[in-house]
Design a protein around this ligand. Structure first.
Ligand code: NAD
Length: 470
């Protein structure tokens, strides 16, 4: 039996490491158990490396399109190995920063796989490689991993998930992506930018099914224009090796069997919580299917044991896991909640970017909520015209009567940054007039937010009046 801590956290991803730092700031004696590197999926295999790849590949595409600004470059090329190096340097810097922060906050870092045990003499216990550690509180933050498809050929060498795709030493000549969700469209952006032939096969009738319908339609059009072949209502049934360095995905579309081949197949069909080896016998908390069941403070059914992030189901986003961790620490220390975990913005790093928070007009309709809406097309936004990123729009949804902001959807440059304005408005119960009180600098993309808000009352200054307007 070894040390006793106030808090042991299993997993040092964006949920676990943030919880560790916040707990240490509050004076708790904290240990984090991690079997990989600090930062989890987000820093090592998810958000950060993908965004780096998107940045590099978009730069390559933009350099070829520089003629639009009177700037031309000849012989523009890329070195895939160097792109990977830049991605890895970015990851290493951030991971190093997190490790340093854990150290300077005096968080004990224990390498290995943590398993929640049955309490020892009424105190929570976690084992790591045979060693048992005790703690008053435990946070389970083991995250998620790519889901594999239970179909024939899923284990073929050229059928990879997002982790496997990062291992490649070259950009595939052709790539078939299974799943038109967030991972699917982000990797389609990277590899179509780099000149690969990309096909997306999506089982549902639209890509990015959770997003506003207009966003899905626009993105489909933009990706198609860049040469991405997109098939929706296309359910993939099996994979086959063609024996010539290519693989084939067999899918059903409009009741017909079809096939799409490529050098690699990327399976981007969702993620599953990591629970293997997480619980010793008799130490499993109440579950909700595959996920750990938690209350609004992320408490599990076991006293003193919390679970956060992807392990709990719901929205699988790094920033959601982080605020779960903060809330769990606040709950265990008896502090007031400082974050509203119910309003979670989402962003997709396609080009243009996509972001959303709260509900869409359609969701309001489905829920029987009467709403007012405003929309601004970014082709009338000065900054968007300057940078030639004028495709896209900003939509706002407000409750009829009170005009409280209920949601916003954006597809435009810097959407993933700008969505924050609506998130702040929602958690503070701001209304359309409240948001319009503040001046937005000129020329900025955020002027589009003001125009969308003004459009709720048909008063957008840079929108041609609609015929119906009196
Ligand atoms: P997802 O659930 O967003 O999309 C998976 C898609 O695969 C679905 O649309 C589903 O219909 C489709 N699919 C499943 N089986 C199929 C089959 N047999 N044939 C054809 N299509 C099939 O999952 P994802 O894209 O893998 O992402 C996983 C999680 O990671 C998501 O929750 C996502 O929000 C998160 N993530 C977020 C970001 C970001 O915030 N920018 C980036 C990457 C991932």
């Amino acid at each position: 039996m070894s040390d006793k801590f106030d808090l042991i956290i299993i997993g040092a991803g964006p949920g676990g490491y943030v919880a560790a730092i916040r707990a240490a700031q509050k004076g708790l004696n904290v240990a984090v158990i991690e079997c990989g590197r600090a930062g989890g999926t987000c820093l090592n295999r998810g958000c950060i490396p993908t965004k780096a790849m998107i940045h590099a590949s978009s730069l390559y595409r933009e350099m070829q399109e520089g003629g639009r600004f009177g700037v031309t470059a000849e012989g523009v090329s890329y070195d895939y190995g160097k792109i990977v190096e830049y991605k890895q340097e970015t990851v290493d810097t951030l991971v190093g920063g997190v490790e340093q922060l854990l150290k300077s906050n005096k968080v004990t870092f224990i390498e290995g796989k943590g398993t929640l045990m049955q309490p020892v003499d009424g105190v929570n216990a976690v084992s790591v490689g045979g060693e048992v550690y005790l703690a008053d509180n435990v946070i389970l933050a083991s995250g998620s991993k790519p889901a594999s498809l239970p179909i024939e050929g899923a284990d073929l060498p050229h059928v990879v998930n997002s982790d496997g795709l990062f291992e490649l030493d070259h950009a595939p000549e052709s790539l078939v992506i299974i799943g038109g969700g967030v991972i699917g469209v982000e990797f389609a952006t990277v590899f179509s930018n780099l000149g690969s032939t990309v096909t997306i096969l999506e089982a549902l009738p639209k890509i990015l099914d959770n997003f506003d319908k207009e966003i899905s339609q626009n993105l489909k059009m933009i990706l198609k224009k860049r040469g991405v072949d997109i098939h929706t209502s296309a359910m993939v049934k099996s994979f086959a090796d063609n024996g010539d360095g290519t693989v084939t995905a067999v899918y059903e579309e409009k009741e017909k069997e079809r096939a799409a081949s490529g050098e690699y197949i990327l399976v981007a069909a969702g993620r599953r919580p990591v629970t293997e080896g997480l619980f010793a016998e008799g130490a499993e908390p109440e579950m909700n299917g595959r996920y750990v069941k938690v209350d609004e403070n992320f408490r599990t059914s076991i006293p003193g044991v919390y679970a956060i992030g992807d392990l709990t189901g719901g929205i699988q986003l790094a920033h959601a896991a982080s605020v779960h961790g903060i809330r769990a620490v606040e709950a265990m220390t008896g502090s007031e909640a400082t974050v509203d975990v119910s309003v979670v913005p989402a962003g997709v790093y396609t080009d243009p970017e996509i972001a959303s928070v709260g509900i869409t007009e359609q969701q309001a309709k489905d829920q029987g909520i009467e709403v007012l809406t405003g929309k601004f097309i970014m082709s009338a936004n000065g900054k968007s015209l300057i940078t030639k990123e004028e495709r896209g729009f900003i939509k706002v949804v407000a409750e009829a009567g009170t005009e409280k902001i209920l949601g916003a959807q954006m597809m435009c440059a810097r959407a993933t940054d700008m969505i924050g304005e609506f998130t702040t408005a929602m958690v503070n119960g701001l209304t359309v007039p409240d948001m319009l009180l503040s001046i937005r600098s000129h020329p900025t993309y955020s002027e589009g937010i003001g125009e969308a808000l003004e459009d709720v009352h048909g008063m957008s200054l840079h929108t041609v009046p609609r015929p119906s307007r009196k």
